[in-house]
Write a protein that binds this ligand. Structure first.
Ligand code: G1P
Length: 299
């Protein structure tokens, strides 16, 4: 894939307080889903979209990320069994040789917009993607966003999906001025509106592509919802200066930023492709039947 977007920013400086105590020593993005940490799904999606510079905005997880993605000489000679039963060199690097890992500190937790702005020097004048690893997308949608960004000559493209109206206060919500198509130009966007104030039920999910000009807009963005510098507010300013599109995501998104969503993702991905005789699928059926029995027999 030869797009213009070769850089992606991963804002991963959060403390993961919703996932405590798991996240005391293990950064949230390093929590596993089935056989790999959350961040690996995000990185694989970015690499599939043509990204070669992975820019992590983080204060504490740099060493874990480097250890995970780089070569592991201590595993030399060991073999890993892949998802399809294939034999893999356990010491291999998990990203292609041309892919670079770059680390940028955030310093202060001033919001998602501030985290992205912290990557401004690493991004330079090029368009770039933003990937929130908490949102595990199946299938990954960044390749489609990058393609739309290139083909539309857009200033930005953000992934959206319909959510129940009662949930709008958890998301950035877009107004596309009517019924949404596959790609719809954003008229306005608001961060975490109450359902009665939401312009629609089209919620932004954690995949974005922007022109570098959003960095200056972020630098001028005052604190917004929750007292934080919001990426959403800079997207609104970007949409006033050039076309920004909402791209509808039609796959399955797992919100792994909370315990229930993370557990659900683990089960869903473990079941994906499993045959009925798979031991995990059978055990899960037994566990559910036992749980139903004991729940039914309860007080
Ligand atoms: C962030 C963004 C929000 C977006 C969401 C997607 O919110 O601010 O606009 O809809 O990610 O996951 P957060 O989940 O960090 O509160």
């Amino acid at each position: 894939m030869t797009g213009r977007v070769s850089k992606a920013v991963f804002p991963v400086a959060g403390l993961g307080t919703r996932m405590l105590p798991m996240t005391r020593a293990v950064p949230k993005e390093m929590l596993p889903v089935v056989d790999r940490p959350l961040v690996q799904y995000a990185v694989e999606e970015a690499v599939a979209a043509g990204v070669s510079d992975l820019i992590f905005v983080t204060d504490r997880s740099g060493p874990a990320l480097e250890a995970h993605f780089g070569p592991a000489p201590e595993l030399a000679g060991k073999v890993e069994t892949g998802a399809g039963g294939e034999r893999l060199d356990a010491a291999r690097a998990l990203v292609p040789p041309e892919v670079r890992l770059v680390f940028v500190p955030q310093g202060q937790p001033l919001g998602l917009g501030h985290a992205v702005w912290c990557a401004r020097e690493a991004v330079g004048e090029e368009p770039f993607a933003v990937v929130l690893p908490d949102d595990l997308m199946v299938p990954g949608c960044l390749p489609d966003l990058v393609e739309a960004f290139d083909s539309e000559g857009a200033a930005g493209v953000v992934a959206v999906e319909e959510v129940p109206l009662r949930d709008t206060a958890r998301y950035g919500v877009v107004d596309v001025g009517g019924a949404p198509g596959r790609l719809s130009r954003i008229a306005s966007i608001v961060e975490k509106p109450a359902p009665e104030e939401a312009p629609s039920n089209l919620a932004v999910v954690g995949r974005y592509v922007f022109d570098a000009s959003i960095m200056d807009l972020l630098g001028a963005t005052p604190p917004g919802a929750g007292g934080e510098i919001q990426l959403t507010d800079a997207i609104g300013a970007l949409a006033a200066s050039g076309p920004v599109f909402a791209a509808r995501f039609r796959g399955e998104r797992h919100d792994c930023g909370n315990r229930a969503g993370w557990l659900r993702a683990t089960v869903a991905l473990a079941l994906a492709g499993a045959r009925p005789a798979d031991p995990f699928a059978r055990d899960l059926e037994t566990l559910l039947a036992d749980w139903r029995g004991s729940a039914g027999a309860g007080p």
